[in-house]
Design a protein around this ligand. Sequence first.
Ligand code: NG6
Ligand code: CA
Length: 520
Amino acid sequence: MDKISLGICSFALVSPIAMQAQESAERTLPNVVLIYADDIGFGDLECYGAKGVKTPNVNSLAANGLRFTNAHAVASTSTPSRYSLLTGEYPWRKQGTDVAAGNAAMIVTPEQYTVADVFKDAGYTTAAFGKWHLGLGSETGKQDWNGEISPALADIGFDYSYIMAATADRVPCVFIENGRVANYDSEAPIYVSYRQNFDGEPTGRENPELLYNLKHSHGHDMSIVNGIGRIGYMKGGGTALWKDENIADSITCKAVEFIKENSEQPFFIYFATNDVHVPRFPHERFRGTSSMGLRGDAISQFDWSVGEVVRALEEQGLLENTLIILTSDNGPVLDDGYADEAEELAGEHSPTGGLRGGKYSTFEGGTRVPFIVHWPAMIKNPAVKDGLVSQIDFLDVMASITGVGGVKPLSSDGAPIERNTWLGADDGGRPFAVEMAANHTLSLIMFGWKYIEPKGGLSMVPWGPKIETGYSTEPQLYKMVDGEFDENNNVAAENPTLVNGLKEELQRIRNTKGYYIECR
Ligand code: NG6
Ligand code: CA
């Protein structure tokens, strides 16, 4: 295997003719629903081997569609992964794509072509629900939370949006509907700062007695909203403030409403759940549904959301011709800053499904995620697929499916031809995938190997989560093929030629936008 000749154009591509572009032109365009989970690991869903939690709705999508076992988020944290999924550009090509504060300026700019623009160009109605985490407004810290926030999602292709600015653990703790705070309470104007507290406002650090819902384990000791400490400071909000136990209900109900109101024309829904990110505080009706406490119960809640979306599609007679893709933004973490007993109660369950590392890390636990494709009208043979998949292709695969794009990608790093993998027509998968860890270490999966570039860094995440980073000053090479995948056995020293080849290949990808296509 290490004799393989590495170098530009050294991999074979599936012929574009194999693309199913010739399929019946009359077929109406599918609705597309992306269910983008937060921090759900490779092993966190029952159909991927989860223990102690039931996920019947997700299982049913997997059983009637394609369930991928080698699919990858582009990064092991949220903002960079989401950035890449929406734009088809690697996050390391653009500064400022790391985990964003709740008052960050918009990271995807209106000039950029996004997957939402693809759908607009195809004549779709588009909507985003739930976690955003890609900034809003033109300048960090300068948003007017009491008026119109601009630019917002309408400027990058979304007709409708009902979102959280960042994450549930970051202020402002309000939903934003079409660029304005939803349920705005004029008696409680909203102020947000990531620098200093507002006079007289309690914080988790100084007033731990007010943390009646969840206590922090690390960080998350600034403003208190709903008895939970957050990252960042905010004042006001009044009746607009969310209650964590209702977040899943709110975004799910809004999405279901949208499906009902838009059943006549094709739509794209970006359905980004808050589950199972911290603070995990699912609704009472999910409490105790798993054997793992709040984290497991949040997985049940996620599964419920999936079920509600599917049910709404079914009720509108749309399920048959709706493409549902279910995946996650990065790998799992147990203690991510709140004392929710995720570690203590995990029991037999392995959130990464036995992979090494987790959220933040360069090991597979950080970026290999569940990936399920369900489209009854198109996918007639449900299967488990092990072809290499990367979320970097989302924009171009959607462009190919909607007929907006051609053989050439519309993004800088995606590949429309990967549509064949995503829809099950090609088992081979992507020739390579690049993944980024929290400290920007890149790894390259190619030719059945995983190469992790050398870059310094602590071997464990230093601020709290008990996760191996995978960082090393030495190159790492792991065999990834034929069930022999083992990230414990670094064979770099025995394979210097291969290591060099993969290093060069990674360098070429770094230097070349559209590298995949250049190699055709
Ligand atoms: C970290 C937070 C963590 C989580 C993460 C982003 C602390 C101590 N930890 O900085 O809780 O919010 O950022 O997660 O503040 S992500 O899934 O949105 O990338
Ligand atoms: Ca995440």
